[in-house]
Structure formats: C-alpha cells, structure tokens
Design a protein around this ligand. Sequence first.
Ligand code: ZN
Length: 441
Amino acid sequence: MRGIRVLWFALLVCVMAGLPLSAVAQTPPSAQSAYAPVEHLAGTIGPRVGGTPGNRAAAEYIAAQLRQHGYQVELHAFEFPYYEERRVDLVQLTPQQRSVAARAMFYSANTPPAGVEAEAVFVGLGRPQDLEGRRVRGAIALADPGEIHPAFKVANAAQQGAVGVVTYDDQPGGIVARTLGRRSPIPAVGISQEDGRRLVAAAREGGLRLRLHVDGLFETRSSVNVAATRGGAARPGEIIVVGAHYDTVPGSPGANDNASGVAVVLEVARVLATTPTARTIQYVLFGVEEFGLFGSSAYVNERRRGVVAMINLDMVGWGPRLMIGNSPGRDGAIVVAAMRVAADLGIPVTRLHSSGSDHFSFEQVGIPTIFLHRGTDPYYHRPTDVASNVDPQHLEEAARVTVGLVTHPAFPSAVLHHRLVAMGGRQPCFRRPPMRYCTLE
Ligand SMILES: [Zn+2]
C-alpha cells in the first residue's frame, strides 16, 4: 500500500442536505448472507495468488455466485508479471554466525547462484538524504521500515552502489509479504521486526557481514477480472464500478484481505439484482491486486469507457470503524458526499487517505473513486487472516453504504453540489501502517 502522506485539509460544508434517497433496495443487505463467501473463499479455497489454481477456483466461485443472483458474467482475461520466491537464504556471518528468516519482496532481483556476501550498512529510512555520507557501495543496505515505499528504498540504495537491501516489518510477529511492483535492480528481502532491530544494532556497532541468496521465478501468467453488469434506467451510458480484488499474497487465506470486499460486492449485487438504478452498475472482481494492481490496471486500460465513478472495497471485515476515502491529494468532495450517505444511514465513518488499492488505477485516469476500508488488522498478509476474524456485521455495514451510494440519485454528480472549505491546520491523526488516517467528527 502506498498511501503514506496525510493531507488533512479540513472540512467541508455540505449543501447536499435534503437530497432525497430514492430507489431503496428491495431486500436490505444481510450480514449472514454477506459472510458466506468469506467462509468459502478463505476457508474452502484458501490462498488465491494471481496466476495459480486457487486464483482460478476463486474466479469460478465468484462467477457462479453472480449467475445465481441472476447476472450474466463476463471473464476479462489479462496477463501480468507473475513472481514466486523459490529460495531465500539470509545468513549473518559476523560477529556471530546464524541464519535469519527472510522473504523475498515480490520482483526482487535474483542474486548470482553463489549469493552475495557483504558488509551490512544501516541506512535509516533509505531516503536519499539518509544515504548521504554512508559507505553503501558494495554493501548490503539495512533499512528501517516506513515513510517511503520499499521500492524507493531499494532504488535509492541501488543508485549508491549497494548490492542488496534488507528491510524489516514495522510490527512484531512474522514477515509481511510486500511487493516492489516491478523487478528491482538489486536483490531485496524482508525480515521480522525482531531480527531487524537486532541486525540494526549490530550494524551500528560495525562488523556485521551478511550473505544473501535470492532465487525467484519471473513468468508471464494470466488471470481474469470477473464482471457482471446491470443496466441503468435513466442513464445507462454512465457506469458506476463496484469493485474488489479476490487474490491474496502467498500463504494467506485472505479473509479480510480481501474475501471481505468480494463478499460485500456480491451482497450488493444480490440485493440490487432486481432494483432499478439510474445508472448502470458494473460489479468487477479483480484477479490480481497484491502483485501491483494489475487487474484494475487491465480494466482501466481496456474497459473504462463510460465509467463515471468507482467504489473499491478492500479489507472491510475487521476494525473499529468503517473508513471512507480516496488517495491523498484527490478531490475530497466525492468522499464528503459518500460520508453524508453513510451518516444518513446511521453508520459512523472515518475519513481515509490511501492510495494502496485498486481505486488508485481509476484515479490515474481521472475517474472519481471512493475507497471503503476498515484499517490494517494484525493478521494482514499472514496465514492467520482467517474467516473467524471477519465480523459479518461489518460486511453488512459496508454493503449498506455501497447500496446507499449507488442508489443515491445525486451520486456521483453529488460532488457538484459540494464545496470544500479549507479550515487550515492539521488534525491529529492515528497512524497504523501502512497508511495514516484522520477522524472526521
Ligand atoms: Zn487487499
């Protein structure tokens, strides 16, 4: 996830008060019905890494669910660069010899077969200013997590002549899989927070040598976006995309990330199957997000004609409060409109700034988006992201807000009725990696 910067400008005068909610769904979303796909995707199918059998099984299941709700389903195939870690070995050679558990970041360059052996140099956060004056050439750079995306840490270290990068988790307990988005110039691995802190202390004392082996598979593979469409009654040429990714990282059953979002999209499709809406609604379940938003990018490149807004659901099954937002620096008016819809439904929400999911692909081509999310859970990208952590009531809330949005007569043109009033100053923010968010009270 890439959303790091918080731009909290301010709030907002809404002149939308009084706009009627029209076409109300005939059947309201149900927690129980929304939860069933989470159990199937995370419990029965399990990991759904793009380009693997689990990914295909998930696509078939989702297509079957949509057909059961009365939709015609399209499968939009696309190719993407698949990556798989085959072997990673990290060994601390001095001052003591011991092996350190490590995972390759997706698209890490491979080491030569004999590995690389070098002194480890601590480079702080790995920004250009952190690298100044450090003897990184020929060394393995050891970087703190946070502030900038790991891909930039790797690029900055490579530019200074480093032969590898080791970074570590910002939370205890295991190693979270992360993507570099594209093949890196030098090998890059992640280690646990505990090992990271220990190695940083050793590197600061000097004399820390590491040996690193990375062997990863690079291959072009294919996946599908699963799409179902229901034509609008008044403006059929205007399409609202309601989307979620169904893939996972390797080894994680992906209940909250992101069977939860898929389940909400399916629930919204179910309750709106026979309800007329002004605009066309297209439900799109993206086949590959975790490697780097490839499913939504393929959709945006090939099929964005007529799309006037996109609602993205990612990780909506765990966490204290539903969050509504879009990427830092994007138009806040559509978010305010969405928050108003949630408030009218009696659902408390928090303002979010994050570019870390599929809505970002739509924003890149100027399509207004809404991102629904509940924060990062402690099971994120881990084998423990199981269905029992997902609260069915949270799914129902997200489904109710989504139904409220897509059936609102003024959405997304509600943005035209809003004005942003900058009040200046920064509001206090909570920080929970990989993103920050602020609360709208
Ligand atoms: Zn996700």
